[in-house]
Ligand binder design. Structure first.
Ligand SMILES: Cc1cc2nc3c(=O)[nH]c(=O)nc-3n(C[C@H](O)[C@H](O)[C@H](O)COP(=O)(O)O)c2cc1C
Ligand code: SF4
Ligand code: SF4
Length: 436
């Protein structure tokens, strides 16, 4: 018996095309290893490709360095290990010849995967030399590391370049001049506004940018020894923060660039990506590919299997047949505060069938919001006083039961009105709640 499947459904069931193009760097899927320990050697990158990673940005090459020991720190929070991660590792400590030989070997065995060489040196001659050797090794692209916030910046490299638009533009210009393969500029988040730095890379001729590198950080203090962590004897130094905790900062910087009409360059998104959903959020906010470091360090290369599966299923469900159907979909929703509708109103509603009566919402609303969730006699389910609820979301955030509290739109009869319209007398704003 032949089963007739409607053409529309058939198209939906077809595996989506995950091929990604970041400024001319093509990879079979958008998942790349970030430049870091998981992409330190040929054997590692090959194993990663075997697990399904579509690309790898090689551990930054430059004049090989000497690292400190120890060099990592973790921020552990209520039973979860390393929600944030700190490192004071520098660039590669392996000989350049070894690195280039292994890059060539990987490219020979995995011609369809993307290998991007991350570089960080000082003088124009050094840039020219390493770029030529990267191209000779068969690399698909370059990533200029203008982001490292420790060790290298004191030597005038890394974030010292990324924080100076003129320097960024000049060195990007050198790289573009000497390169026959695409050049991505990896930006530092250690700036107050990312846009001028993205625009500097664009003026320099970059084919795209990657962001973010790590955020300057001190992960904690050893209170018995009174020394910062991680400790090298009785001293330590600031490091770079990454891992799950930095995702919101990375998304914000990605959104600043992807929503700017002046920018319009491909972006490789990095920072706190732990699973397919994180990755998909980066793609939706305009990243053409995504890079992962900390989650691979903590859980291994295998995490990409779930990422590929999750992204593919999501795309099928939404009817996206290729990556570009998804990339940037959420960008138009990123607006200035002054253009938000102040008359849009929600209130919290509790599903009595799901509520377990823990009253975490009561405590949160009473001590941290607007004192409008109350215990009720005769039932453990609390009651929301909707006439006082300002719709802040706090109770929904603390509630441990999924979908037990829903923020529900209210029809208050007011037409949309923004702050910017209000300033010029063109908005009739609803009465405020919770201000007595
Ligand atoms: C131990 C460690 C070493 C790193 N080394 C480099 C490096 O050599 N070059 C570079 O551009 N970024 C380096 N990074 C930064 C990562 O590539 C990445 O930008 C950052 O960790 C954010 O991504 P994540 O949250 O997935 O870790 C390093 C990060 C860590 C944790
Ligand atoms: S949304 Fe905010 S104000 Fe409303 S009940 Fe929840 S915590 Fe209270
Ligand atoms: S936090 Fe959620 S589960 Fe707990 S009492 Fe409030 S609504 Fe019920």
């Amino acid at each position: 018996m032949t089963i007739h499947i409607e053409p529309e459904l058939k198209a939906k069931l077809k595996a989506p095309d995950l091929t990604s193009n970041t400024g001319g760097i093509i990879s079979p899927n958008p998942f790349w290893l970030a430049s870091a320990p998981p992409a330190n050697s040929g054997d590692q990158v090959k194993r990663a490709f075997d697990h399904g990673w579509g690309g790898a940005v090689w551990k930054t090459l430059g004049t090989p360095i000497q690292n400190v020991s120890s060099r990592f720190g973790g921020l552990h929070y209520r039973g979860t290990r390393a929600i944030g991660f700190n490192n004071i590792e520098l660039i590669t400590d392996r000989p350049l010849e070894t690195n280039f030989r292994e890059i060539a070997d990987v490219k020979k065995q995995y011609p369809k995967h993307a290998v991007i060489v991350s570089l960080m040196v000082e003088t124009e001659d050094e840039w020219r030399d390493l770029i030529a050797r990267s191209i000779d090794s068969g690399a698909d692209g370059l990533e200029l590391n203008f982001g490292c916030p420790h060790g290298m910046c004191e030597r005038g490299m890394g974030s010292a370049v990324g924080q100076e638009p003129a320097l960024n533009e000049r060195i990007t210009g050198w790289a573009v001049k000497y390169s026959t393969i695409p050049v991505l500029v990896k930006l530092t988040p250690n700036v107050d506004d990312i846009l001028p730095h993205g625009l500097a890379a664009k003026r320099g001729g970059a084919h795209g940018v990657s962001l973010i590198n790590t955020i300057k950080s001190i992960i904690g203090i050893d209170l018995d020894r009174m020394v910062l962590e991680p400790r090298m004897g009785s001293l330590s130094s600031n490091g770079g923060y990454c891992g799950a905790a930095v995702k919101p900062i990375a998304l914000h910087m990605l959104g600043c660039l992807s929503s700017s009409p002046d920018f319009r360059l491909p972006i490789s998104g990095i920072g706190g990506i732990t699973n397919w959903r994180d990755a998909t959020e980066f793609l939706a906010l305009g990243a053409n590919s995504v890079q992962v470091c900390t989650e691979v360090m903590l859980r291994g290369y295998r995490i990409v299997e779930d990422m590929i599966d999750g992204l593919s299923r999501f795309m099928v469900e939404k009817g996206y047949s290729k990556l570009d159907d998804l990339v940037g979909r959420a960008v138009p929703s990123y607006s200035d505060w002054g253009d938000l509708d102040l008359n849009y109103e929600t209130v919290a509603k509790i599903d009595a069938d799901k509520c377990i009566g823990c009253h975490l919402c009561v405590v949160a609303c009473h001590d941290g919001a607007h004192q409008c969730i109350h215990p009720q006699n005769g039932t453990f389910v609390p009651r929301v006083d909707e006439s006082e609820c300002v719709g802040c979301n706090l109770c929904q955030i603390v509630c441990p039961v999924p979908d037990c509290i829903t923020m529900t739109p209210v029809d208050n009869g007011f037409a949309p009105g923004t702050w910017n319209q209000h300033l010029v007398g063109r908005a009739n704003l609803r009465p405020k709640k919770g201000v007595h």
